[in-house]
Design a protein around this ligand. Structure first.
Ligand code: ZN
Length: 149
C-alpha cells in the first residue's frame, strides 16, 4: 500500500469516527437534502449565509464512511468561504472525483486532494460527491432534494 493510500484511509477513518460539524444549525437560512440511491447515503446540509459568506455550515445524515468523511471535510473546508469560492471548490472537487482534472497543480483544492483516492473506486465516487451536490443545491436554494443520479 502506498503512502497516499494509507493517508487516505487514515483521514477517511478519522472523519468517519469524529465527523466535524455533525449537527443542525437552529437559525440556518439554507438547507438541502441529498440522497445517493446507489449506496443509500443520505445527507442534510445546513448553511448560515450572511452577505454571501458561509458563516456556519453543518450536516446530518447517515451513510457509508466515505460519504460521511467527505461531508465532514467539506464543512471544515467551506466555513468562512464566500458563495463564489464555495462554487469554485465544488467545480474543482467534481472534476477531481470524475477524473477530469489535469493533476497539474493548477487547481487549488488543498486538503480535499485526499479525496482523489476515491477515483480508484468508481462505485464510491457518488458517495464522495453527494455532500458537494447537496451544498450546491443549498446555495442555489432550489428547495429540491439533490440526487447523485
Ligand atoms: Zn456511500
Amino acid at each position: 500500500m502506498s503512502d497516499l493510500d494509507e493517508l487516505y484511509q487514515e483521514v477517511i477513518l478519522d472523519h468517519n469516527k469524529s465527523p466535524r460539524n455533525f449537527r443542525t444549525i437552529e437559525n440556518a437560512n439554507r438547507k438541502a437534502e441529498g440522497y445517493n440511491p446507489l449506496c443509500g447515503d443520505q445527507v442534510t446540509v445546513y448553511l448560515k449565509l450572511e452577505n454571501g459568506v458561509i458563516k456556519d455550515i453543518s450536516f446530518q445524515g447517515s451513510g457509508c464512511a466515505i460519504s460521511k468523511a467527505s461531508a465532514s471535510m467539506m464543512t471544515s473546508e467551506l466555513k468562512g468561504k464566500t458563495e463564489a469560492e464555495a462554487h469554485g471548490l465544488f467545480e474543482n472537487v467534481h472534476r477531481m472525483l470524475t477524473g477530469e482534472s489535469a493533476h497539474d497543480g493548477s487547481e487549488k483544492i488543498g486538503k480535499l486532494a485526499i479525496l482523489s483516492g476515491v477515483c480508484k473506486f468508481p462505485a464510491r465516487v457518488k458517495c464522495a460527491s453527494l455532500a458537494w451536490h447537496t451544498v450546491n443545491s443549498a446555495l442555489k436554494d432550489r428547495g429540491e432534494v439533490a440526487s447523485t443520479e
